[in-house]
Design a protein around this ligand. Structure first.
Ligand SMILES: [Cu+2]
Length: 127
């Protein structure tokens, strides 16, 4: 008798678990996009959102420059906002014209476009 009741209760529980309320699929739809974006962001060493949207200022020295291609190689200081050690690396520019008054050897301050696009320089000027 007790076993029968227990089995019936279990069967009801299983039935309940297998019957989601009707609004559930509707409620899940808006949540799907943030839920999908979160794991991808967590996999990358990305700074927080505020830093990702704005320019990041740093400084360094020009070691190579191609004003026509709009590329510049900089010996730059550590840039903690994007977790970079000090290093020499090539950057592209948002506008090649920003390089026109610069030359190899110049000490410069510059802005990375954003943490999302850290290899693109949006401002550069002699110090
Ligand atoms: Cu670098």
């Amino acid at each position: 008798m007790q076993k029968t009741l227990w089995t019936a209760a279990l069967a009801l529980a299983v039935l309940a678990a297998c019957s989601p309320p009707a609004p559930t699929p509707v409620a899940e739809a808006p949540a799907a996009q943030p839920a999908a974006a979160t794991p991808a962001m967590a996999d990358m060493p990305m700074p927080d959102t505020a830093q990702a949207t704005g320019p990041i200022t740093s400084s360094g020295k020009i070691t190579a420059i191609d004003a026509i291609a709009g590329t510049v190689t900089l010996d730059h200081q550590a840039i903690p906002e994007v977790k970079w050690e000090a290093m020499s690396m090539a950057f592209t520019t948002t506008d090649p014209a920003i390089l026109k008054d610069l030359k190899v050897g110049d000490a410069v301050s510059f802005d990375l476009k954003s943490a999302a696009e850290p290899t693109k320089i949006s401002r550069i000027a002699k110090q």
